[in-house]
Write a protein that binds this ligand. Structure first.
Ligand SMILES: [Fe+2]
Length: 620
């Protein structure tokens, strides 16, 4: 009888479930995709039902359930934090204690109660620690027998950063940095101060950094003041934060705003206000500091393990600009990063812990695959009958293509003509990035594409860059990347031959003029600093997406597309054909492709003009 282990992450942010069968990943998904509540932190009942279904088993068939956190250690941290900062934190302590007592201290019981929704059978419940779960999600699916493991995030129980060593099925934790000293929380504090949402806006802060001016006195001052006053960075990459400037240990806000204003001579940015150069410079300053710390940590990991390979997970591992700097440094021969590096990925790591640590099963690396993640296509898929169910529900007009090659010809032609396409194929992605299963696509050469996708489709900030999906074999034609980047975790410069020179008055232009300035012949995916966040598409892992891009290349000579996640601002990535159709109708997307069905917006006129439809799908 096969051994099925269910992994769960829940109750913090971004709940998820994953299932591993005899050491192989069967399925993994974020709860938010089912409940349509972004970063849903609740018990992932829907995701669990889905992964059980995908595995073709009942709850009773599980050998164990692994939860990505150790609840009691966390409670201890809260008590100790309170004592260390008393009496300052009394109010917040008192207000948070009932939640913790109710939800965290009795987490085991809470989980047991939730499990009763599935069955009364008592299944063993395992509690690997938070950072061990991240570490497991990094090493076990990686292509390495032996690797240094670096996990960096906000905070787990006590640990905020860990260095470990993975060999075979073993993970040995070598070093730990403890709360409140946290690179993730430092980055989140700047995210908060620059007016973005903590836990999800970090990505926007990273996107803003290239607009900072590296030569300006202000950027240098921000950096100097941060390093002198806010954070002490040691040679080994460990950090010590000056807690007089941070409120997260005791209060409900990230930063002590009056102290920060005094230090930087700049007030916190109002979330929806125009972003001035000051905040771009601030974003650049903290981004550079983050990169320096990550590199120091990697150097320590190298020294402590002597390994040629590095694997990473934890929220900070999603900082692909820092990853790029790390690759450039060449500290390790090979680097592999878990695509679901946030807390959702802890579900997969926990399930792996069950198999390799609790069951103590032997681990062998399969030389025939790039890694064990199956391209991160680990979520639900839908057959033609299910798609027809959606058609019946909404009355959408479509063309069905028996032959997929015919479909790619039509869709590539539409892309070439400047249309924006919703592309829904196969299994949904696990992790925060859309990788060509639930994506919105456009022509990267089109000078209007960035504006159109940002403003008319995604309803989001204009400065945010788009990422290219490029045929794996063509990546070097467009980008200075050696090797592959299947999970969009690496940022690399655009090749010189595609770059256009800047006009003489460029530095005098306003930010938005600079943003829309065409700096290459693939402007929609060329960032202000001439870099791009790349996804390489393999024929092996995503044949349908590969075929579409290849057909686009046949028609245009360019083997790449703009790839953005299939959702609008504030909404989780679409999961079902229903979600996709609704998103298609409420935006100015031109064409929707679901499996072999193609829906043209021009054919949906009756639906578009239906007032009820507009009511139902108006934006939040
Ligand atoms: Fe985490």
């Amino acid at each position: 009888m096969a051994t099925f282990i269910l992994g769960i992450s829940a109750y913090y942010h971004d709940s998820a479930a994953a299932i591993v069968c005899d050491g192989e990943i069967i399925a993994a998904a974020h709860e938010e995709r089912f409940t349509r509540k972004k970063h849903d932190p609740n018990f992932p009942e829907h995701a669990i039902r889905y992964v059980l279904d995908e595995a073709g088993i009942r709850f009773d068939d599980l050998s164990a359930i692994a939860f990505y956190d150790k609840p009691f250690i966390k409670f201890e941290r809260l008590i100790e934090t309170y004592h260390a900062f008393a009496p300052k934190g009394l109010t917040s302590f008192l207000s948070s204690v009932p939640v913790w007592i109710k939800e965290k201290l009795f987490m085991k019981k809470m989980l047991r109660d939730e499990f009763k929704k599935f069955s009364d059978k008592k299944i063993p419940v395992l509690f690997p620690e938070h950072h061990l779960s991240h570490a497991a999600s990094a090493i076990y699916p990686s292509p390495f027998e032996d690797a240094a493991i670096l996990t960096i995030d906000g905070v787990g129980e006590w640990a905020t950063t860990t260095i470990g060593h993975g060999t075979g099925n073993q993970i040995k934790m070598v070093e730990e940095l403890h709360f409140p000293h946290s690179l993730g929380l430092l980055y989140s504090a700047f995210t908060y101060y620059t007016g973005f949402t903590v836990n999800s806006g970090e990505y926007k802060l990273m996107g803003l950094a290239p607009y900072g001016n590296p030569d300006s006195a202000q950027t240098k001052e921000f950096k100097r003041k941060t390093l002198e006053t806010l954070v002490d960075v040691r040679e080994d990459g460990s950090i010590l934060l000056n807690m007089k400037y941070f409120n997260y240990a005791t209060g409900l806000k990230m930063t002590n705003n009056s102290k920060w204003t005094e230090l930087f001579g700049l007030p916190p940015r109002n979330p929806e206000s125009e972003i001035s150069q000051d905040y771009m410079n601030m974003a650049l300053a903290i981004q550079q500091i983050t990169e320096e710390i990550v590199i120091k940590l990697a150097e320590s990991a190298k020294k402590l393990t002597g390994s040629d390979n590095l694997v990473m997970a934890g929220g900070v591992a999603l900082n692909c600009v820092a990853n790029d700097k790390l690759i450039e440094k060449g500290i390790f021969k090979n680097i592999w990063i878990q695509p679901a590096s946030g807390d959702a990925g802890g579900a997969l790591g926990a399930a792996y812990c069950g198999w390799y640590m609790w069951k103590n099963e032997k681990r062998t690396v399969n030389p025939n695959v790039a890694d064990e993640m199956r391209g991160a296509y680990l979520g639900p898929q839908f057959n033609d009958n299910q798609i027809l169910g959606m058609v019946r529900k909404y009355g959408g007009k479509y063309t069905y293509y028996e032959n997929f090659a015919d479909l790619t010809k039509v869709v590539a032609g539409k892309l070439k003509d400047g249309n924006v396409i919703g592309w829904f194929q196969g299994r949904m992605e696990y992790g925060p990035r859309a990788l060509g299963s639930r994506s919105i696509l456009g022509d990267a050469r089109n000078p209007e594409m960035q504006k159109k996708m940002n403003l008319k489709i995604k309803y989001r900030e204009g400065f945010r860059p788009f990422a290219p999906s490029v045929l794996e074999e063509d990546v070097n034609e467009y980008f200075k990347l050696q090797g592959t980047s299947p999970y969009m975790l690496v940022v690399m410069p655009v090749q010189d031959k595609h770059i256009k020179p800047l006009p003489a008055n460029y530095n005098d232009m306003e930010m938005y003029e600079r943003l829309y300035h065409l700096r290459s012949d693939i402007p929609a995916v060329t960032h202000v600093d001439y870099s791009a966040r790349i996804q390489t598409v393999s024929k092996k892992t995503n044949p349908r997406y590969w075929e579409l891009i290849n057909e686009f290349k046949n028609q245009t000579g360019f083997g790449l597309l703009v790839n953005s996640s299939f959702n609008v601002r504030g909404e989780p990535i679409v999961c079902t054909p229903d979600d996709a159709f609704r998103c298609f109708m409420r935006t100015e997307m031109d064409v929707l492709v679901v499996g072999n069905f193609v829906f043209d917006k021009a054919d949906q006129k009756e639906l578009v003009n239906d007032t009820n439809w507009k009511e139902e799908f108006k934006l939040d």
